[in-house]
Every structure is written in structure tokens, then in C-alpha cells.
Design a binder for this molecule. Structure first.
Ligand SMILES: NC(=O)c1ccc[n+]([C@@H]2O[C@H](COP(=O)([O-])OP(=O)(O)OC[C@H]3O[C@@H](n4cnc5c(N)ncnc54)[C@H](OP(=O)(O)O)[C@@H]3O)[C@@H](O)[C@H]2O)c1
Length: 293
């Protein structure tokens, strides 16, 4: 059966990477939408677009992702991340479509010291994490067939992210403080996009899925380690100094440990996940080809 796939939030990091991958996609027909053409909080519009393209799979990459801003703009964060997810889930129910919904490591409070399994209790610390968790719960309650994929520390050639910020600051400054007491794993959005395409290639459209998965790159590091690797691999001489979160106050609280256990997605879909530093090197090669020579 042909697969008509709606990708929401298509101009964001993950949506753009999916767009890049989907050029030659055989039986998979992708339809990419973002604001202002498609607001996921508008049920009529979502239903209309899905009818128009006879959508049977939805990949929700749309989200309110401004973690600090969300603390003051609670209403918008919940409207997009919770209510928008419910709108997509209702449309998926109406059409009997699969909903692939992207979520975050920020649903966890960071008190664990071993990688979070998919069924670990969610106790988000900030507004963004709470709104994403409630979005997940709406998907579970409403959509008859769904895959929720939590990811962490996303970066890509598109949009704003930590890698691009480090490249800019690394070129401007001789020294930079970066926190070394928040531990997690970076994820190259291109790798996650490839994993989603692999799943869609192999999924059985006659089955219903009610799954939660974790996907990040392999390995573990602090933001400090990540920053040092960005400077090293880019040939930037900026010195990165480790500091504690207490010395670098941020508006929203963040989990101090958010390493995700990825065994479920690997075992069930045979997804092969690259080590974070290898993916970082490929991204840097892509966006600044001479830097890594
Ligand atoms: N970025 C991270 O570090 C990170 C970490 C873990 C999980 N995630 C999750 O991964 C997913 C993808 O993240 P990303 O980094 O690709 O996000 P992103 O770059 O911020 O892209 C999100 C896209 O959604 C759009 N959007 C916002 N409100 C919308 C609405 N009401 N209707 C339709 N589209 C809307 C945004 O448009 P505007 O730009 O115009 O607002 C943007 O194009 C999200 O679910 C996010 O929560 C991200």
C-alpha cells in the first residue's frame, strides 16, 4: 500500500532533515507542512489537509521548543505541545492513521544515574517538559496507533542549536564557559530522520502500534564535552572551561542526567545508531567542509 505521510513542523531541525532524506522515497509520499500553512492546533485545518492528501501516516515534528521562554509563555507551550498533539491524535483516530510523535528527554527529572528506559516514570521539571509529557499522554489516550519517539539534545544543519552557537562563539571568543554537570547524549537530527524513515519502510500498516521509544546517538557526554568536541573537530582554538550549572543559571530547570536507553528501538526495528562524536564530525563536515580536514 502506498504511504501518504504528513510531516508537521517541517521547517524545523528534524522536519528539514526528513525533507532532505525523502527526495527519493519509492512508495512513501511525503507532504511537508509548517506554520503558517498548517497550525497543528487548528483541528479543521489539520483534518482538511489530511483529507486532501489521503494521509495514512503522520510524523509530528512540530513543537514549541523554546525551553526557557516556555516558563513565561506557559499558555502557548501547552497549546502547541499538548493541545496540538491532541488535534493530530484525533485526526489520526478519524483516519485510522499511524501517528509518529516526537518527544523529549525533558520529561524526566534527571535523578536517575542509569539510562532512562521507555517506561521510567516521567516527572518533568519545567513547563516545556510538562507540556511535552501531557502531549504524549494525549497521544496515548486518543490515537489508536502511535509511536512516541523521545530524543535529546537535537542538532542539525538547519535552525538554531548548540552546535551552531558554539561555532559562532568559538570563532568570536578565546574562552567560553560550558556546564559540565548536565549529562546526556547529543542527537544529529539527520540520524533520527533516517531512523524514522527505516521504521516507516518496515512497519505493518495492518497492525496497530502503541509504542514509546527512545532515540539519541550512542554514547554519553556533558555539554562541556560536547563543546570541546565541536571546537576540536572544527579546528577552533577557543578554550572551553567546565563550569557547574550553579555558575550558569538558566531560566528553566533542566535534568542533570538524561541519557536514554535505546534498546527497544534497536531491537524492534534493527535501527543502527552512530556514536555521537562520529555524527557530529559528519555534520561539521557538511556545514563547514574545510574545517575537519
Ligand atoms: N531541539 C532539541 O534539542 C530537542 C530535544 C529533544 C526533543 N526535541 C523534540 O524534537 C522535535 C523536533 O524538534 P526540532 O528541534 O526539530 O524543533 P524546531 O526546530 O523548533 O522545529 C519545530 C517546528 O514546529 C513549528 N511549529 C511551532 N508551533 C507550531 C504549530 N502550532 N503548528 C505547526 N508548526 C508549529 C516551528 O515553527 P516556528 O519556528 O515558526 O515556531 C518549527 O518550524 C520536537 O518535538 C521537540 O520537542 C527537541
Amino acid at each position: 500500500m502506498d504511504m501518504n505521510i504528513l510531516v508537521t513542523g517541517s521547517k524545523g531541525q528534524l522536519g528539514s532533515e526528513l525533507q532532505e532524506l525523502s527526495a527519493n522515497s519509492g512508495k512513501q509520499h511525503f507532504f511537508f507542512y509548517d506554520l503558517p500553512e498548517l497550525d497543528i492546533t487548528n483541528q479543521d485545518l489539520v483534518d482538511r489537509v489530511c483529507r486532501e492528501h489521503d494521509i495514512n501516516v503522520m510524523v509530528n515534528c512540530a513543537a514549541y521548543t523554546a525551553v526557557d521562554k516556555a516558563e513565561a509563555d506557559v499558555e502557548t507551550a501547552f497549546r502547541v505541545n499538548r493541545d496540538g498533539s491532541a488535534v493530530l491524535a484525533s485526526c489520526a483516530k478519524e483516519r485510522n492513521a499511524l501517528l509518529v510523535h516526537i518527544s523529549t528527554d525533558y520529561v524526566f527529572n534527571g535523578e536517575s544515574c542509569t539510562p532512562y528506559r521507555v517506561n521510567a516514570p516521567a516527572t518533568p521539571l519545567g513547563v516545556y517538559g510538562k507540556s511535552k509529557w501531557e502531549g504524549e499522554e494525549r497521544v496515548r489516550q486518543i490515537a489508536p496507533s502511535y509511536m512516541i519517539i523521545r530524543t535529546s539534545w537535537l542538532y542539525s544543519a538547519y535552525g538554531a542549536n548548540f552546535v551552531k552557537t558554539m561555532l559562532r562563539l568559538g570563532a568570536e571568543r578565546q574562552m567560553l564557559n560550558v556546564v559540565d554537570d548536565q549529562i546526556g547524549t547529543p542527537t544529529y537530527a539527520g540520524d533520527l530522520a533516517a531512523a524514522i524513515v527505516t521504521i516507516l519502510e518496515h512497519y505493518d500498516c495492518s497492525k496497530q502500534y502503541r509504542e514509546t521509544y527512545h532515540y539519541s546517538n550512542e554514547g554519553v557526554c556533558s555539554w562541556y564535552d560536547f563543546a570541546v568536541a565541536i571546537m576540536d573537530l572544527s579546528g577552533l582554538s577557543c578554550k572551553v572551561l567546565p563550569v557547574s550549572s550553579a555558575h550558569y543559571p538558566q531560566i528553566a530547570p533542566r535534568p542533570s542526567f538524561s541519557v536514554l536507553d535505546k534498546s527497544a528501538i534497536k531491537q524492534e526495528w534493527g535501527v543502527e545508531i552512530p556514536y555521537w562524536r562520529v555524527s557530529l564530525a559528519s555534520l561539521l563536515e557538511k556545514i563547514q567542509p574545510r574545517a575537519t580536514e
